[in-house]
Structure formats: structure tokens, C-alpha cells
Design a protein around this ligand. Sequence first.
Ligand code: DGL
Length: 276
Amino acid sequence: MKSRPVAVLDSGIGGLPYLSWLQEHLPQESLIYVADHANFPYGEKSPDQVREFVVDLGRGLVDRYDPKLLLVACNTASVLALDALRSALSIPVVGVVPAVKTAVGIGKGTVAVLATPRTVEDGYWENLAREFGSHRVVKGYAAPDLVTMVEEGAPDPERRARLTSWAQRLRADGADVVVLGCTHYLHIAEDLGRELGSSVTVVDSRDGVGRQVARVLRDRSLVSTGRQESDRLVFTIDPLRHTENLGELEARYRTWAQRFDLEYAGPWAVAGAKVR
Ligand code: DGL
């Protein structure tokens, strides 16, 4: 019998560092990575919209790839749509949350939670801050500009200027620990860390989330006994709405597939919030 893959979902390339963790620690598992380009960016859509297209995509994903577990490697989708996804799908769904619990144990200054506008507005990280970090100042910062910069790329002077300006702002607010509350930011963790300087610690949730995936696979007896398929990457497109050049998009995602040792499985046409 063919082994079923673990699916990893994000609005774009944000979830790839999480997939990388799985590749390293669970090499026996086959992975399918879905970049939901058709609905990018999640962080600037309404909560209802995000819930609708994430649930539709989850259903489409199950039909198309028959995964045994879905990792929602996106903070925005996790805070807004995890419950809906779990009700809609019969497979286990693991989400990500900003690593506030880890962060409040580091340093003494402000804990800065960098995330998308929807994640910052949502109360989830504030609940975590109240629960674990009532002794600390924990502040949310919406940085959709960094999401776009990571997803679409930016020439070096612009990229550097943006990171410098964010680092200055966070340092001016007394931050000594920065939580990467959007998975896209993991791609700039090193550069942002350099701009912030050695007195500021940058944290993310990759390790905890990866271990949770491993735990769920174990608990549900879903661990693969032998690898069967290569890891793949697909990205969604909406042929009716997209004015972008498909060739450019293909080249972009092909490059990301190569960087993360994935087989490029091409575009997947979806319509609006409905997956075909
Ligand atoms: N990478 C996603 C997150 O972790 C969403 C970015 C976006 O599409 O706005 O929140």
C-alpha cells in the first residue's frame, strides 16, 4: 500500500522552514507542501474569508493528495481557521502559534510579537501573554510589508532598509526578545537578528510544532515504515483572478522547490475560495 503524505500548508513560502524541520527529523515521511498563492496574503483578508478558503483548500487537499495529517504552517490560518478545519476534516490537523511561552522566559525587556495584521488583532497571543508572561510587557506589531517582501523578494538595498527600520523600531520600544509570529519571517530570521544585534533574541515555533507533528503521528499510529514518494511542492492559482504571469510564478516556485529539496509539482488551479 502507498504511504500517505503529511501535508504542509501556508499562503506561500512561509511554511517551508517547518517542512525543513520535518525533512530533517522525520525522514521516513513523504511530504506535500501547498503554497496557497491564489489566496495570498492571508494576513490582510477578513477572518471569515480566511476561514472559508482555508477550509475549502483543506477539503481539496484531502481529495487530491489523501494526506494522513495536515500541518497548517501559518499563524494567521491557525488562529482563524484551526477549529473550522478540525471540524471539516477527518484527519488530524496541527497548527502553529506564536512562541510567546518560550519568549517570556528570555530576557527582561519588552517581548515583541511580530505577525500579520489578522494575527495581531486576534486575541490568541494576548491570552498566551496573560497566561505565561503577566510579568512582562508583551506587544504585537503588524508587519505585512515583511510578508510581501519575503514572498515576492526585494532587491538588496530595499530589503536591508526595511529590516533596519523594523529593528530600530523594536529596539526603541525596549524589545530584547522578538517572536516571529508569522511563518514567512523565518526566512529573514538571520538577517533581522543581525540588524537587531546580539542583545536581542529572535524566537520561532518550529521546534515545538515539529515535535507536536511527530507526537500526533506516533499517538495515532500513523508513522511511516518506509519512504515511498519524494517530497513535493504545489502552489495554487486562480486562473480567473490572476493577472500575473504564470511563467514567472512557476519559475519562482520551482526555485523554492529546488532550495528545499522538493519535487516541483506545478500549479494547482483553484477558483475563488473553491478548490476544483
Ligand atoms: N505565513 C503566514 C502566517 O504565518 C501568513 C502570511 C500572509 O499570507 O499574510 O501568518
